[in-house]
Design a protein around this ligand. Sequence first.
Ligand code: 0O2
Length: 267
Amino acid sequence: MEIQLWKEILTPYELAVEELTLKFRHIMKEYKEADLYSPIEEVSGRVKKISSILEKAQKKNIPIDEIEENLQDIAGIRIICQFVEDIYDVVDIIKSRSDMRVIGEKDYISHQKESGYRSYHVIVEYKVETIKGHKTIPVEIQIRTMAMNFWATIEHSLQYKYRQGIPEHIRKRLNAASEAILKLDQEMSSIHGEIMDAQNSFTVKANIVADILNNLQSLYKVANKREIVKIQDEFYRIYQIGDLDQLQKFKKELDIIAEGYRAQVAR
Ligand code: 0O2
């Protein structure tokens, strides 16, 4: 097979990697612009090197002219997340899209590989348009946490260093490191829950405060001003205690007062 032919074969894969990298980066941008937490932290992509394609085909006994039908990771996207929970959100995002179709999944998080490798792989079918026309190709999307990626990157380079197999004593260390990574991700997940709870109650509190202040402002225009100033002082006192339940109770009472005034005005 001539090098020119390889270039032709790989062009749609290059385009798919470029397009998908851009699309996933855009998802990150959209989350950030909407002031929302992005489950995607980082995106990268690559087209497998010809030498690696040949090596994998040889390892799996795939004839050269059947490589395209049998290798699903010629085009690869890697998505890095902060927390394990984010990985499953990213999988849901991928499944909900109309521009790619999931044709395979490998959950190496619930089913860690013997090597200690952990990651979630989704194979999608993706359509590209080149000057030669359109083509639907498989793309492997690897989704993993920063910690999982750290381990996989080191282990991958060791695989290259020890082509005949990683020595047993290093394997043992890698397994221990993989366990430590699992623990680290679990610890981070517990903090993740706390962060989400804190963000949630912050939003709830901010909305209650906004409602109370709106009501106070409206009442100030129609009700006895000294009464409203007294209510406002009471609000500041409760606000300083910082108890969400008390604040919620105060809001309900103020709603009733405001409703009463509204009814009077309507009469
Ligand atoms: P590269 O250089 O990253 O492209 P297999 O038959 O298991 O070798 P298969 O059937 O394609 O491969 O599926 P699998 O196991 O899901 O592996 C796909 C890719 O996942 C690999 O591609 C690696 O990128 C990554 N991967 C899988 N297992 C390991 C592992 O134990 N350690 C690390 N570091 N990465 C792993 P390639 O072609 O092997 O390599």
